[in-house]
Design a protein around this ligand. Structure first.
Ligand code: 6GU
Length: 228
């Protein structure tokens, strides 16, 4: 998979992709992540990428020209399955959306800033608009990093244990059960006996029960989806 991310703040995206699982995915050749500075596509004197909103009001709007230049340049080199715009008014990201996007080959992600991008750019180039939740971030970069992480970890070979993404919270609309590791007793706090019983059938059942319990109390909305 190849992901091209367009941003006015490339330095914000240096960190998330250069450690741990996302770093290894790139080193193994399973994912390519390319960051593009929108300013490089501005032909304005000051390399400006924003301007005042028509009709007035506070806040700047990202202009058509650099967005058009950048997206057109990228599209000239390859076909994209989706051109995604990260915006608080987009469709809310969930596991199903990440699963679907992980099956694609080439994704382009445009990070919004200021009051957003000129509506005509959304109409002309964007195929999918995504938000990561009902709160406002300073820009789309952290949201793009969240989206990219959630997709790339699903690619075959990225996680060491191929089945481990399947047992994540949300994959079956259930939250994951509690986990424990050694020592079996720490300062008087004990691990549930069943987990050290060696009875794999019982352990499986226990985990499923705990998943149900947790989902019911913490996420009644998910529990409803699960039981439907
Ligand atoms: Cl994608 N962008 C911004 N700026 N804020 C957000 C968001 C995106 N998703 C949730 N809040």
């Amino acid at each position: 998979m190849r992901v091209d991310i367009i941003t006015v703040l490339p330095e914000l995206l240096d960190g998330p992709f250069s450690a741990s699982i996302l770093k290894r995915a790139q080193e193994k050749g399973l994912a390519e992540i390319h960051i593009h500075n929108l300013r490089d596509y501005s032909t304005q004197k000051q390399k400006s990428v924003d301007d005042y909103a028509f009709g007035g009001g506070a806040g700047m709007v990202m202009t058509m020209e650099p967005i058009d230049n950048c997206i057109s340049a990228l599209k000239a080199n390859r076909d994209y399955d989706e051109i995604i715009y990260m915006t608080p008014d987009g469709e809310e990201l969930d596991q199903g959306m990440s699963n679907n996007l992980s099956l694609k080959g080439n994704l382009m992600i445009l990070c919004g800033h200021y009051k957003g991008i000129d509506e005509r750019a959304r109409e002309a180039y964007i195929t999918k608009e995504i938000s990561i939740g009902s709160y406002v971030l300073s820009g789309g970069e952290l949201a793009a990093a969240v989206l990219t992480d959630s997709i790339i970890r699903l690619l075959p070979g990225v996680l060491n244990d191929e089945t481990s993404a399947l047992s994540d919270s949300y994959q079956d609309n259930l939250l994951a059960p509690p986990v424990y590791t050694r020592p079996a007793e720490y300062k008087g706090m004990k691990v549930p006996a069943i987990l050290i019983s060696g009875d794999l059938k019982k352990i499986e059942l226990w985990r499923h029960e705990k998943s149900l319990e947790r989902t019911k109390t913490r996420r009644p909305d998910l529990y409803k989806k699960y039981s439907e």
